[in-house]
Ligand binder design. Structure first.
Ligand SMILES: [Zn+2]
Length: 281
């Protein structure tokens, strides 16, 4: 049976139910890696995993448990919130670590910080770093990889990754940054997916050949083909509404152009990469 694989999405969220049903109605085995973004939605992940086991036994969902950097707003509001978050993460990992895919989605986001009111920014940045350090060390302790979100903070992210040298090979999702940062992630043996939304937007633009392609080509040249993953990042948007319908395999065509191979080659290699990332233990 053909497989539809998505290395990073949030299709477990109730607002995404109709998009998930559309995927499951397709004549393919569906393999999803769903990332939790706070302890509030971890139960949804586990519920969907149970539902899939009983109603769609040919398909499966891999669960990642983490606290997203945008949660820094809730964590920094109370002095005990970080310790409470750590206790909740520890508890879910104690129960789920043998079958969990990763700790994630966790990370740093300076673009989000820039949208916050100036007096809070430094405190929120410190909270993001504390939250990430706590979760990276939990991932290392439980020998789970991390699913990383990083926007405009690659230097700090790389510094923090070097402090967890025995973390299993992790996955940076939705990359849209400088190629030199990508070279360092490749040296750190990370798997990386490019931002599907941005890649498709550029690929469909009129100046793809002149501007879009040269920029993405430099990124593709920095990342070996055996490190790429494909993702949709489908999930609720900041206002709670569902993201526009998007498929992970839509990135195969532009990537085929960048890696000078066929879209089928990209799909096959990304499938192998996902399997080797998930079965690293
Ligand atoms: Zn995500």
């Amino acid at each position: 049976m053909p497989v539809y694989a998505d290395a990073h999405c949030h299709l477990h969220h109730p607002s995404m139910r109709s998009q998930l049903e559309t995927l499951l109605a397709d004549k393919k085995k569906v393999h999803l890696v769903c990332a939790g973004i706070s302890s509030r939605d971890w139960p949804q992940l586990l519920k969907l995993q149970r539902d899939m086991q009983s109603k769609h036994p040919h398909s499966c969902i891999e669960c990642c448990f983490g606290i997203h950097p945008w949660e820094a707003a809730n964590i920094s509001a109370s002095p005990d919130a970080l310790a409470e978050a750590e206790a909740r993460l520890e508890s879910v990992l104690r129960d789920q670590a043998p079958s969990a895919a990763a700790v994630g989605e966790i990370g740093l986001d300076r673009a989000w910080l820039a949208r916050q009111t100036p007096p809070c920014r430094e405190q929120l940045w410190d909270t993001q770093k504390q939250l990430l350090a706590m979760q990276l060390s939990a991932a290392q302790r439980w020998q789970l990889p991390a699913v990383l979100h990083c926007v405009k903070a690659h230097g700090t992210m790389q510094e923090m990754l070097r402090k967890v040298p025995t973390l299993p090979p992790s996955f940076l999702h939705g990359f849209y940054g400088p190629p030199e940062a990508l070279r360092i992630y490749a040296d750190l043996k990370l798997y990386v997916s490019f931002s599907t939304a941005q890649l498709l937007k550029d690929w469909h633009s009129l100046d793809w050949q002149e501007r879009g392609k040269p920029r993405w080509q430099t990124s593709a040249d920095a990342l070996p083909l055996n490190r790429i993953l494909l993702e949709s990042d489908s999930g609720p948007q900041a206002d709670g509404s569902p993201s526009p319908p998007r498929r992970a395999d839509q990135a195969a065509m532009p990537l085929a152009e960048l890696y000078r191979c066929s879209a089928d080659d990209i799909l096959e290699q990304a499938g192998l990469n996902l399997a080797s990332w998930l079965h690293r233990r």
